[in-house]
Design a protein around this ligand. Structure first.
Ligand code: NDP
Length: 338
């Protein structure tokens, strides 16, 4: 495994970070989830990403159980706050980035993860209905209470990141990371988020680097969906992956196979290695539904993709890759969600 500094902080994280969205507490049984976490540890992964909302708290619980007995100082654990989590009925304040929701949510996350602190606490989305000053003050208090070491954001625009960074500096805390979607098929951060983050010293921890499995090449145009894949998971995955399942996208992805093969890489490894070529990326956040996938995916660590192969990838996906920076915050809730 290779390690990178998270932005300009002193925290090193494994450049392949294991994430448990849609899998733990949901698509896969707990024993498989635990086996995936142990496969990640065996492969040298030390950084783990989750969120309170994944499987409504169960993903944090499963991860906490799977990491039990590991030396805490040798792990980097990241979680997130924003979306309503917990039993129904939920209250008006069980959402967003208000002081109340942040201070209550961190305690729930720590309890489920069975740890005294997280290394990185991230705002899962931007809150259009809470003053940013209130949010950053609450994050500063979480840090000063020793419950989180660093603060990050997820799916924020360049302007939102700049504003939060200024406030964090005034409060004396470190805003070190941005967690956006980024893959060969979804490149919307390149124009604004990446240059701003480079200027301010934030690193990207990028999600769905394999476009949820599509860049593994296992979905074929016009063919049946592979059994047991995310695209067949009616509990959530089938809906989130569908934007990448058009035949035009799937056909273009098949054109990557000779490029991967010339480099001696599998398709999953090529997809993950591709996001890691961007120097502002601190880690590729990779999911897995089976332990064997973890072993395959970590082969991307340390790979350098030559310029001619990068150009060939660009050409193969030119008609299907999304680059519009206006789509960065497309999933920011425009109304309060409870
Ligand atoms: P990926 O793009 O890495 O997709 C992972 C999925 O692809 C797996 O669950 C598996 O699904 C399939 N897969 C993985 N490896 C292989 C392989 N070698 N061969 C074939 N198929 C493979 O990432 P995710 O979409 O899972 O996201 C990763 C993490 O990013 C999440 O766990 C979470 O931590 C974070 N995230 C953050 C978000 C945010 O808003 N901040 C949003 C979404 C994710 P299957 O086998 O079922 O087909």
């Amino acid at each position: 495994m290779e390690f990178r500094y998270l932005g300009n902080s002193g925290l090193q994280i494994s450049e392949i970070t294991y994430g448990n969205w849609l899998t733990h507490g949901s698509q896969v049984e707990n024993d498989v989830a635990t086996a995936c976490v142990h496969a990640a540890l065996d492969a040298g992964i030390t950084s783990f990403d989750t969120a309170d909302v994944y499987a409504n708290g169960k993903a944090e619980t499963v991860l906490g159980e799977a990491l039990k007995g590991q030396r805490r100082e040798s792990l980097e654990i990241f979680t997130k706050v924003y979306w309503p989590t917990g039993p129904d009925p939920k209250g008006k304040n069980d959402t967003g980035l208000s002081r109340k929701h942040i201070l209550e949510s961190i305690d729930g996350s720590l309890r489920r993860l069975q740890t005294d602190y997280v290394d990185l606490y991230q705002a899962h989305r931007y809150d259009l209905f809470t003053p940013l000053e209130e949010t950053m003050q609450a994050f500063a208090d979480v840090v000063r209470a020793g419950k989180a070491h660093y603060i990050g954001v997820s799916e924020w625009t360049a302007d939102q990141i700049r504003a939060a960074h200024g406030l964090a500096q005034d409060l004396g805390i470190s805003l070190v990371s941005s967690q956006p979607q980024y893959s060969m098929l979804w490149r919307v951060i390149e124009e604004e988020v990446v240059p701003t983050s480079e200027e301010l010293g934030l690193g990207q921890i990028v999600w769905s680097p394999m476009a949820q499995g599509v860049l593994s090449g296992k979905y074929l145009p016009g063919a049946e969906l592979p059994a047991g894949s995310r695209a067949t998971d009616q509990a959530g995955g089938a809906n989130t992956i569908k934007r990448f399942l058009g035949d035009d996208v799937l056909a273009a992805v098949q054109d990557l196979k000779p490029i991967a093969s010339d480099l001696g890489l599998s398709m999953p490894a090529l997809a993950i290695a591709w996001v890691l070529q961007n120097k502002n990326v601190s880690a590729a956040l990779v999911g897995a539904s089976r332990p064997e996938q973890v072993g395959e995916n970590v082969k991307a660590a340390g790979v350098v993709i030559p310029e001619d192969a990068l150009a060939a990838i660009e050409k193969a996906l030119a008609g299907v890759a999304t680059t519009d920076p206006a789509l960065v915050a497309e999933s920011t809730p425009k109304q309060r969600v409870v």
